[in-house]
Design a protein around this ligand. Structure first.
Ligand code: KG4
Ligand code: ZN
Length: 358
């Protein structure tokens, strides 16, 4: 196989339209030849969340331009590219289909291999863009749609240790921002305004903190924030105090649950070197990074965080996952369909809905 593989990546699973050209380098990491992301924040702002039909329409309007720009920025032509990677799930079907279909067309007319990438695998492998990382590692994946602890044993080889039984962490941040009227997108604003408040002002619940291993729950915390937000009457100081207390409670939850996940990781892998990788949109949160780095010092493990531009949704991570899968001959046929649900560990129990026993 050729040494330095180059891929075009396409990402349209949610509200970012993105394309990137990535090439492997001799260090075993990636040369980012281009990385174009067009965010739809303005389209969704007035609704306080992602509206699927609007998102799909914006992808359709932007995708040609974004792909052309990524090729132009990369300064290489399509002939020099070894394959096309497009996100095939999980996510909003109407959005996924836009990027996947254009990926299929480019692969077909240029006669190149196609990889339908699992968006979560994109996040899981994203720190490898900049760091040479050895398997196995513990992954804390925290994004707008997912919150999971996974053992990453290899490309395409994942074991889920824990997950949220209700809301994703990014969703909890976004809803908190909405309840406190802190603006959209929620996560970065909660982080910003919590710096202005007293983190010990409110005592908020830490759901299932002493049970269910490293599974997580945020619904009860969200309800508590809602209850307190109704008493505030727009008082600025109290809103900041509530944001700070929410952020502090999240840190306490992640501290305790990560401790459990690290122990489980050690037991299951017998790994001498323990590495925690935190990826996904919420991994951009500095307070969470500091908190987990403190735990790492206490428990003697290493933490790795992707650069901020690779935390939120991007196509560099999709191209990178494509390269990694291509090297293992994990290519797809042109008839691959988009999937709204696509767990990385297909044997993991489904942890939502009535009848769940903890
Ligand atoms: O990975 P991502 O871009 O999209 C999904 O795959 O879901 O994650 C988006 C999520 C949103 O919920 C957003 O509010 C959250 O990441 N987020 C943050 C921060 N930056 C983005 N949450 C907390 N603090 C941040 N600084
Ligand atoms: Zn994502």
């Amino acid at each position: 196989m050729k040494e330095k593989i180059t891929f075009l990546g396409i990402e349209t699973s949610c509200d970012e339209t993105a394309a990137a050209v990535i090439r492997e380098n001799e260090k075993g990491t990636a040369d980012i030849l281009s990385n174009v992301v067009s965010s739809q924040v303005n389209e969704h702002k007035e609704f306080g969340g992602v509206v699927p039909e609007l998102a799909a329409r914006a992808h359709i309007e932007n995708i040609d331009f974004i792909i052309k720009k990524s090729l132009k920025d990369s300064k290489i032509t399509l002939e020099k590219i070894d394959g096309i990677a497009a996100t095939a799930g999980p996510g909003l079907i109407v959005c996924l289909t836009v990027g996947l279909n254009i990926g299929k067309s480019i692969a077909a007319f240029s006669n190149k291999p196609l990889i339908g990438v699992n968006h979560l695998e994109g996040h899981a492998l994203s720190p490898g863009l900049e760091n040479k990382i050895e398997f196995p590692y513990l992954l804390l994946l925290i994004s707008g749609g997912h919150t999971q602890y996974l053992i990453v044993r290899d490309v395409n080889n994942y074991e889920q240790l824990g997950t949220t039984i209700d809301d994703a962490l990014g969703e909890a941040f976004d809803k908190t921002a909405k309840m406190l009227d802190l603006g959209y997108p929620g996560g970065p604003n909660v982080e910003k305004f919590s710096k202005l408040g007293n983190k010990n002002y409110y005592k908020l619940p830490e759901p299932i903190i002493n049970k269910a291993g490293c599974n997580l729950s945020f619904a009860g915390l969200k309800t508590a924030v809602l209850r307190e937000s109704k008493k505030i009457n727009g008082n600025k100081k109290l809103r900041y105090n509530l944001a700070a207390s929410f952020q502090n409670t999240i840190n306490k939850i992640l501290y305790k649950k990560t401790k459990i996940a690290i122990k489980a990781f050690k037991e299951k892998t017998q790994a001498k070197k323990v590495q925690l990788i935190v990826a996904g949109g919420v991994a951009a949160n500095n307070s969470i990074r500091e908190n987990l780095s403190n735990l790492a010092e206490e428990m003697n493990f290493k933490t790795i965080y992707p650069d901020l531009k690779f935390c939120g949704d991007n196509a560099a991570m999709i191209a990178w996952a494509g390269i990694k899968r291509f090297k293992k001959n994990l290519t797809n046929n042109i008839d691959i369909s988009a999937r709204s649900r696509w767990p990385l560990d297909k044997n993991a129990p489904y942890m939502k809905g009535p009848g769940l026993k903890l």
